[in-house]
Design a protein around this ligand. Structure first.
Ligand code: XUL
Ligand code: CO
Length: 436
């Protein structure tokens, strides 16, 4: 196998290629269903996993050094940024995502940290221009530091609430400067370990107030990117307030924020919530809140967020099917919130894991379009609900009937037979498309 330096650009070679550092299904400029694959998929590199994480786990230290041979903190972060943009070039990835602490060193005080952050925002802004890349979204790490141990916007400390707000303000200033397509709010430690020490009502109201202030500031500075909430049910806290897509929608509606936010759906968070990835995307879509995707996969036998690169084509096909049905991405995209396994600890593995993930979504896109073209599934569903297109069904849908009218109508129905749901047949149609 070639080494990392030898690979200047991962190219599309088609499904018969055996070259490890080539795309088999992702052909960025190939136009399918009216636009190039790169515009359908809008792949993004996650800075925290790819540029920062070194393989540390609960039982052992790093297995990979990403300090880029530097020792001075600012030099380390500049070298990491140079590496990130070269990597995006090699992989033909157009977007990236970061937390504030991913791109800049932390100082001894907040003021010092803010200074470093602003310098690094300018630095990555310059690299963005030089490499022709865009920021899909940024976010604040309001969970890692000790001060956030009881949450950020839901902390029991008003001072911690204030520093969390300061970090979001700095993040929105950066988003504006870097012309980001969006800004993400993932709950971090917004949740609880035990209700014995928790004022849930105050915490949720404070979270609502925090989000409203972020919306007000966004409007004030004229940031036009999308705001996303990223649902997750557990980890790090036992119960996270942004449990799943439906819980997030309830939160947003309670605080009158539903028009200001969309959802960033992560595959592994969906499965931790006991849902399929497809279910969470559909839930976002039917609520008019489909925004962006954190692309990864979990291990169904493990109860935590393993953040593996997606390689399951069945899941990516059904995910892309939902995304296409939701109208595709507007400002969102597919951010690989995924890390190579601790044992996949070389720079070559970074390329190989992105290639695997990008090809799996590219194949998913091709197969989802084939499912839609084939038409059997859509036709089945449309036919299944045909009773709502005329007669009493049309009146129900139009809101033009009543319990009294329906009670009278029910007396005229000779029998109440429901047709077969044909699940196994439909699953065989998916297989037929996948393997032909
Ligand atoms: C955590 C997670 C985060 C968010 C951004 O599980 O997914 O990386 O995507 O904070
Ligand atoms: Co995520």
């Amino acid at each position: 196998m070639k080494n990392y330096q030898e690979i200047t650009k991962v190219a599309y070679e088609g499904s018969t290629s055996k070259e490890p550092f080539a795309f088999k299904y992702y052909d960025p400029d190939e136009v399918i269903a009216g636009k190039p694959m790169r515009e359908h998929l809008r792949f993004a590199l996650s800075y925290w996993h790819t540029i920062c994480a070194e393989g540390v786990d609960m039982f052992g230290g790093g297995t990979m050094d990403k300090k880029m041979g530097k020792t001075d903190p600012m030099e380390i972060f500049k070298a990491k940024a140079d590496f990130a943009f070269e990597l995006m070039d090699k992989l033909q990835i157009d977007y990236y995502c970061f937390h504030d602490v991913d791109i800049a060193p932390e100082g001894a005080t907040w003021e010092e940290s803010l200074g470093y952050f602003r310098q690094m925002v300018d630095y990555v802004g310059q690299l963005q221009k030089e490499h022709g890349k865009k920021l899909l979204w940024n976010t604040a790490n309001n969970f890692g530091d000790k001060k956030f141990m009881a949450g950020a916007a839901t902390s029991c400390s008003a001072d911690v609430f204030a520093i969390a707000a300061a970090k979001v303000k700095a993040g929105l200033d950066a988003a504006l400067k870097l012309n980001a397509e969006g800004y993400v709010f993932w709950g971090g430690r917004e949740g609880y370990e035990t209700l014995l020490n928790t004022d849930m009502g105050l915490e949720l109201d404070n979270l609502g107030r925090f989000m409203q202030m972020a919306v007000d500031y966004k409007k004030k500075i004229g940031f036009t990117g999308d705001f996303y909430i990223e649902p997750k049910p557990k980890e790090p806290t036992k119960h996270q307030y942004d449990f799943d897509a439906a819980t997030c929608m309830n939160f947003l509606r309670t605080y009158g924020l539903e028009k200001e936010f969309k959802l960033n759906i992560e595959a592994n968070h969906a499965t931790l919530a006991g849902h399929t990835f497809q279910h969470e995307i559909r839930t976002a879509a039917v609520n008019g809140a489909f925004g962006s995707i954190d692309a990864n996969q979990g291990d169904l036998f493990l109860g935590w967020d393993t953040d593996q690169f997606p390689t399951n084509v069945y899941d990516t096909t059904l995910a892309m099917y939902e995304i296409l049905k939701a109208g595709g991405f507007t400002k969102g995209g597919l951010n690989f919130d995924a890390k190579a396994r601790r044992m996949s600890n070389t720079f070559e593995d970074i390329l190989l894991s992105y290639i695997a993930g990008m090809d799996t979504f590219a194949l998913g896109l091709r197969k989802a379009l084939a499912l839609i073209d084939d038409g059997r599934i859509d036709e089945f569903v449309a036919n299944r609900y045909r009773s709502y297109r005329d007669g009493i069904g049309a009146k129900i849908v139009a809101g033009e009937t009543s319990l009294e009218e329906l009670a009278d109508y029910a007396l005229t129905v000779p029998s109440f037979d429901v047709e077969s749901g044909r699940q196994e047949y439909l699953e065989s149609v998916v297989n037929n498309i996948l393997f032909s």
